[in-house]
Design a protein around this ligand. Structure first.
Ligand code: ZN
Length: 223
C-alpha cells in the first residue's frame, strides 16, 4: 500500500467513523448492516482519500468480516460506511461440486479491492442464478445478470482498473458495485424464486439450479 496513493483531503468525520468501527471490532470483525438501514439505499461517496492512513486497517476489517460471514464480497456501506470501496474473494465451491461450479462458471477469485468501481455489459448473453446477500440474511434468489462486464475503477493503491470479467466473478463485481449505488439484489430478483437458505441448500444449490427451480416454483428464466 502506498500511503500517497490517494490525494484527496482526509475527511475528519469519515476518519473518525472508521476509527470507531476499528475500535469496536471483535477479533477483527464488525457487524454487517442489514436491509432496512438507509446507508444501503444511498449511493456511496467516491473514495478520494477520506480515511487517510486508516485505509489498510479498514480493508483488513472488511476482508475479515466478509470471510467470517462467510461471503464472497463486502461493500463498505454494508458495515455502515458510505464510501465507494468493496472487497471480493471467492475460494470457489468445495470439492464434489465441480458440475455446479462449471454451470455457474464459478472460478477462484483471489482477494481484491475495488475502489470507485463501475461496470458495463459486454456482449448480449445473460445468466440467471441464485445469489444471496450478507445484508439480506436468510434468503437466496434468482437474479438475471450480464454474463460478462467491463469493470473500471481503481484498486487499493489507486491504480486504474479496466478489465473484462465473465461468469461468477462478473456476478460478484456487479453485486458489490450495485451496493455502492444503493441497489440490492432483491431489486431485480425473480420473486417467485426466493428460497430460505435451508431450502436453497436442500433443493437448488447443486446442478439442478436454476432451470428446475423455474419449473418447480413457477417463474420464467427467459423473460
Ligand atoms: Zn450484498
Amino acid at each position: 500500500m502506498r500511503p500517497d496513493a490517494w490525494h484527496g483531503p482526509v475527511d475528519a468525520d469519515a476518519r473518525a467513523a472508521v476509527a470507531r468501527l476499528l475500535a469496536g471490532a471483535q477479533h477483527g470483525v464488525v457487524a454487517i448492516v442489514e436491509a432496512g438501514h438507509p446507508v444501503l439505499r444511498h449511493p456511496a461517496e467516491p473514495y478520494t482519500g477520506q480515511v487517510g492512513d486508516l485505509l489498510p486497517a479498514l480493508l483488513d476489517v472488511m476482508r475479515a468480516t466478509m470471510r467470517a460471514a462467510p461471503g464472497v464480497g463486502l461493500a463498505a456501506p454494508q458495515i455502515g460506511l458510505p464510501l465507494a470501496i468493496a472487497v471480493l474473494e471467492d475460494p470457489g465451491l468445495p470439492a464434489g461440486m465441480e458440475a455446479a461450479a462449471d454451470e455457474r462458471e464459478r472460478t477462484v477469485l483471489p482477494p481484491r479491492v475495488l475502489v470507485n468501481p463501475s461496470y458495463e455489459r459486454v456482449g448480449h448473453e445473460d445468466r440467471a442464478f441464485y445469489e444471496g446477500c450478507l445484508s439480506v440474511p436468510g434468503y437466496q434468489g434468482v437474479v438475471r445478470r450480464p454474463r460478462s462486464v467491463r469493470l473500471r475503477g481503481q484498486d487499493a493503491d489507486g491504480r486504474e482498473l479496466d478489465e473484462v470479467l465473465t461468469g461468477w466473478p462478473a456476478r460478484i463485481v456487479q453485486h458489490e458495485t450495485d451496493h455502492l449505488a444503493g441497489v440490492l439484489y432483491v431489486d431485480s430478483v425473480e420473486t417467485r424464486s426466493l428460497s430460505t437458505n435451508e431450502m436453497y441448500a436442500r433443493a437448488w444449490a447443486g446442478e439442478a439450479t436454476p432451470r428446475a427451480a423455474a419449473g418447480a416454483l413457477g417463474f420464467r428464466l427467459d423473460s
